[in-house]
Design a protein around this ligand. Structure first.
Ligand SMILES: *[C@@H]1O[C@H](CO)[C@@H](O)[C@H](O)[C@H]1NC(C)=O
Ligand SMILES: *[C@@H]1O[C@H](CO)[C@@H](O)[C@H](O)[C@H]1NC(C)=O
Ligand SMILES: *[C@@H]1O[C@H](CO)[C@@H](O)[C@H](O)[C@H]1NC(C)=O
Ligand SMILES: *[C@@H]1O[C@H](CO)[C@@H](O)[C@H](O)[C@H]1NC(C)=O
Ligand SMILES: *[C@@H]1O[C@H](CO)[C@@H](O)[C@H](O)[C@H]1NC(C)=O
Ligand SMILES: *[C@@H]1O[C@H](CO)[C@@H](O)[C@H](O)[C@H]1NC(C)=O
Ligand SMILES: *[C@@H]1O[C@H](CO)[C@@H](O)[C@H](O)[C@H]1NC(C)=O
Ligand SMILES: *[C@@H]1O[C@H](CO)[C@@H](O)[C@H](O)[C@H]1NC(C)=O
Ligand SMILES: CC(=O)N[C@H]1CO[C@H](CO)[C@@H](O)[C@@H]1O
Length: 853
């Protein structure tokens, strides 16, 4: 428990955030001190490149409305410096504008420069050209690396300084981070790792930004850099320096998703429990990773095999909709914690255990006025009753924390969710008719690679990152000459030992040791097979003809690795192989040192890999009979944007695997044929007990990702163009554009609270109440049932309060339902299930009704 009170003055300053004057950011073990005000900070991660500029303000406002004080983001080096000393800060890479919007909203910012980001982002945020510098070693005491890291860090710091982003200059940024989770892997880097961390701290501190630097998961963070915790729970974490505040930079709100996996969920109750426990044990700053996960547009997803959606089951969903009840439940928790802020940040702490130690009361008593603030936790899997004598008796649900204002009034229980659950659906907008999309197609020209002709040659199997600089997922490896050796023994191939009739065909096995993600193999122009996994040995029978045979291997990356010790050095592609031919008597011919011919990327990707048009050569879009189920096919269609303002998705059901673009903007990789294991979604989700990523799974047996976000700003009012490249074969006939909308909402609130219901859109109204019961209703959203008692006015009271409105609130009290004081049990509650529908602007009657409300 932190008890030290030594403040470290970092910057002197006056005035408050929001104005243009400088703010002092100081800290001690119990508070972040901004302009002399002692604070606890509730922060949330929103990564600027995972949404669009047009979405930023709305996301930030929703975070603010959810009780968030600060927005945290990484900086993504490979996005900003795609080629050495060529920088890009345009569009959604304009991090300065992002932080300006954070400030406009009156929030603080946390700038995680890294520049290693991890973040399930391609290659952890490192540029691949960096890897290709001879002699470089990442994240260790290597001059070349340190030099590049310092150059980039300085560039970012200078941009931030120039825009006056640091709180010391009047900006929003109160903390900055150098490196990232290095402590998790440092052991593998030996002494060089230790000196590297010291250098990082020194280099960062010398940037003189006027606000504190942090390092996460770094138990030896050199002072004055503060070490912080990442994880699902950080209650037992202690900073290495007794004067450092306890900060949790990554409390995982859910988990990311990989192709072929089920959807992980973390319950609102467990997340709230973890946060409340952190503050119970002296936490000062905590950050939700992620508060909005968003989308891995383009080729930004890491992994390998991270999906395009980076929803993360965060409080704001991928599209920016409120993920309820998580968003609202945390909002209530934040409000409760803030009521204790003054006490928590300058107090004396005492802890008492109850119920065989399962329950723990932590009492904070203000050093200023003696005011008290308590956390009463229960880490057992069963409910407990705890008697605090003169402070009252409390029912403490299993695996929960109750927050007691004045230590005698429960203002929040992490296990009692009093907010609505929203079921968000993808559907056609009510005003729209289904569009019949008409498609044209073009085959990716692959004759040249199938004939073994590339752009450059080498007598070895080159590592893929070295060959492509990661400017594309695709690399062709081709060889033909050595096949001649096989069938012409006089060409002095020493390996050739097959007792062969040189004029006959021969059955052999092609064997490829593969370090990439997806391999397509062709022999003499025919695909002989494809396979995907985390590195594997590909083995397929091939019939070699007499004379020259051509082996063409297309290696495809699906996100470069982003985590682990030396992850940057992991080979990609065929990388050295070996590639071998094995005959029936098991004689092996090693083709690894053959002359290999290479071609980087697809013809359709075009120059600079930003223009997607396979017909830029001689090919043409074909509008005749649609080619379906054939690999390496491009498709194009035009469409009208769905009505309204709700987020748009494209349903790519029927497509195989590839990449999608709308009006030239990449939506990311798609792969609907990759489905999740059909087993393991038992529908049960017990919030109790430690979170595991095998808990609370959904989407078993379905495509890992069927819908792809099309931000509204990608669309225009007239005709829009969708281009799809399908690498494995698909059928675009079922592709359609939909909106995401809150359709069914459920509320479940205890007596004494207020139930707020909202359709989460000004364009949707509550059109019907499917179920309402005040009493002891049973079941959950979608399957509520009447309990043993029910107020007869339940339905009419809720209808009266809500129908025709986009949101409504109901005081859950006996008065509201006109029942006697003797009605019901101790824990009366109200359960409601309502339907939201699109509000038609032409509908005068409903329009008037809505206006009046
Ligand atoms: C805490 O409050 C006491 C009493 O007002 C005050 O003397 C002390 O300076 C405060 N401590 C900090 C670190 O602000
Ligand atoms: C060699 O090939 C020729 C022509 O295909 C065939 O007639 C002959 O039987 C083959 N000899 C052997 C030993 O397989
Ligand atoms: C190759 O194998 C296939 C299937 O086992 C067989 O039908 C064919 O006759 C074989 N061809 C040669 C040339 O051995
Ligand atoms: C072929 O060789 C491999 C090792 O090179 C061995 O494991 C395998 O058993 C051999 N198979 C036959 C049929 O001899
Ligand atoms: C194949 O050749 C490569 C390049 O010479 C060599 O590194 C590798 O060890 C060889 N593999 C086998 C199985 O002989
Ligand atoms: C598109 O239509 C909407 C509503 O009709 C309008 O508000 C908006 O300005 C239009 N946008 C453009 C780019 O024309
Ligand atoms: C008004 O809205 C409700 C719910 O969406 C609908 O049932 C009703 O038909 C609408 N009224 C008119 C006149 O369209
Ligand atoms: C709900 O209760 C609050 C506080 O008791 C009161 O201010 C508000 O008017 C009530 N709302 C309704 C709709 O009864
Ligand atoms: C990095 C880190 O703290 N990881 C922890 C996250 O939480 C899980 C579950 O509690 C732990 O097992 C990890 O060690």
């Amino acid at each position: 428990m932190p008890v030290s009170w030594i403040g470290i003055l970092l910057v002197a300053g006056l005035a408050s955030i929001g104005s243009c004057s400088a703010a002092a950011v100081e800290y001690d073990a119990n508070a972040v001190i901004i302009n002399g005000q002692r604070k606890i900070i509730l922060s949330g991660s929103i990564h600027y490149p995972r949404s669009t500029v047009e979405m930023w303000s709305d996301l930030i406002q929703k975070a603010k409305a959810g009780g968030i004080d600060a927005i945290e983001t990484y900086i993504f080096w490979n996005a900003h410096e795609p080629r050495r000393r060529e920088y890009n800060f345009a569009g959604n890479l304009d991090f300065v504008q992002f932080f300006q919007k954070v400030q406009e909203a009156g929030l603080y910012g946390i700038l995680r420069i890294g520049p290693y980001a991890c973040a399930e982002w391609n290659y952890g945020g490192f540029p691949v050209w960096l890897h290709n510098i001879p002699g470089i070693k990442f994240r260790t005491d290597n001059e070349i690396f340190k030099n590049e890291m310092q150059t980039f860090t300085t560039k970012i710091v200078n941009m931030a300084k120039e825009a006056k982003l640091f709180a010391s200059q009047g900006g929003p940024v109160i903390l900055a981070q150098i490196e990232n989770e290095y402590g998790n892997v440092m052991g593998s880097y030996g002494e060089a790792g230790k000196s590297y961390v010291k250098w990082c701290a020194q280099m960062a501190v010398a940037q003189n930004i006027g606000v504190p630097w942090i390092m996460c998961q770094q138990s030896d963070a050199p002072s004055p850099v503060i070490n912080t915790c990442n994880g699902f729970y950080c209650d037992t974490f202690t900073p290495n320096n007794p004067t450092s505040p306890k900060m949790w930079t990554e409390n995982w709100t859910g988990w990311f998703k990989k192709w072929g996996q089920k959807d992980p969920h973390r319950t609102a109750e467990d997340l709230a429990f973890a946060v409340a426990r952190f503050f119970q044990y002296g936490g000062v700053l905590q950050n939700y990773y992620m508060y909005h996960g968003g989308t891995n547009f383009g080729r930004t997803s890491g992994g390998p095999f991270i999906t395009t959606s980076y929803d993360y089951d965060a409080p704001l969903d991928e599209y920016g909709n409120l993920n309820q009840p998580k968003w609202g439940h945390l909002k209530n928790l934040h409000a409760a914690l803030k009521l204790g802020e003054n006490v928590l940040t300058n107090s004396t702490v005492k802890s008492t255990k109850y119920s065989d130690g399962w329950a723990e009361l932590t009492t904070y008593t203000s050093n200023i006025n003696g005011e008290r603030f308590c956390f009463l936790s229960n880490t057992k899997m069963d409910d407990l009753d705890v008697d605090l004598q003169q402070d009252g008796k409390y029912f403490v649900p299993a695996w929960s924390v109750s927050i007691l204002q004045g230590c005698n009034k429960e203002i929040h229980s992490t296990a009692k969710v009093n907010v609505q659950t929203s079921l968000i659906v993808k559907k056609l907008h009510e005003n729209d008719k289904p569009q019949k999309l008409s498609w044209v197609w073009a085959a990716e020209p692959i004759k040249t690679p199938l004939h073994g002709r590339g752009r450059f040659k080498a007598s070895q199997l080159i590592e893929q990152k070295a060959a492509t600089n990661d400017e594309t997922d695709y690399l062709w490896y081709m060889t033909r000459d050595d096949s001649k050796k096989i069938f012409h023994p006089h060409c002095h191939s020493m390996q050739y030992r097959v007792d062969n009739n040189k004029t006959a065909s021969q059955n052999m096995t092609l064997r490829v040791k593969y370090s990439g993600q997806f391999l397509h193999a062709f022999v003499n122009g025919k695909e002989i097979g494809s396979q995907h996994d985390y590195g594997f040995t590909f083995e397929k029978p091939v019939l070699l003809k007499p004379g020259t045979n051509v082996i063409s291997l297309l290696s495809v990356t699906v996100g470069l690795q982003n985590y682990g010790e030396f992850f940057d050095e992991g080979p990609e592609g065929i990388a050295g192989g070996p590639v071998e031919l094995v005959d029936s008597s098991n004689t092996t011919t090693n083709l690894s040192t053959n002359e290999w011919s290479y071609k980087v990327g697809l013809i359709g990707e075009g120059r600079g890999r930003r223009f997607y048009d396979p017909t830029s050569g001689r090919a043409k879009w074909i509008s005749g009979k649609l080619r379906v189920g054939r690999a390496m096919t491009w498709y194009k269609t035009t469409f009208q944007a769905p009505s309204g303002t709700e987020p748009v998705v494209v349903d790519l059901q029927g497509m195989g695997k590839g990449h999608a673009w709308v009006n030239g903007n990449s939506l990311g990789r798609f792969w609907p044929t990759e489905t999740a294991d059909p087993n393991g979604c038992d529908g049960k989700c017990d919030y109790r007990g430690k979170y595991k990523d095998s808990k609370c799974l959904s989407n078993c047996g379905n495509p890992t990702q069927r819908w792809y976000h099309v931000p509204r700003s990608f669309l225009n009012n007239g005709s829009n163009t969708l281009i799809l490249f399908d690498e494995i074969g698909g059928n675009p006939s079922d592709v359609s554009f939909q909106i995401t909308a809150t359709e069914t909402i459920c509320g479940n609130a205890y007596e004494g609270s207020t139930l707020e219901l909202s359709c989460n859109s000004e364009q949707r109204i509550i059109s019907g109440i499917q179920y309402a019961s005040f009493g002891d209703p049973q079941g959950s959203c979608g399957s509520f049932q009447k309990g043993s008692i029910e107020a007869s006015s339940s339905l009419s009271a809720v209808e009266k309060a809500c129908i025709g409105k986009d949101s409504c609130s109901i005081n859950v009290s006996k008065t509201t339902f006109g029942v006697k004081d003797s009605f019901g049990v101790d824990n009366n509650r109200l359960a409601v299930q309502a339907v939201c529908t699109g509000y038609n602007e032409n509908d005068e009657e409903n329009h008037t009704q809505k206006k009046e409300n």
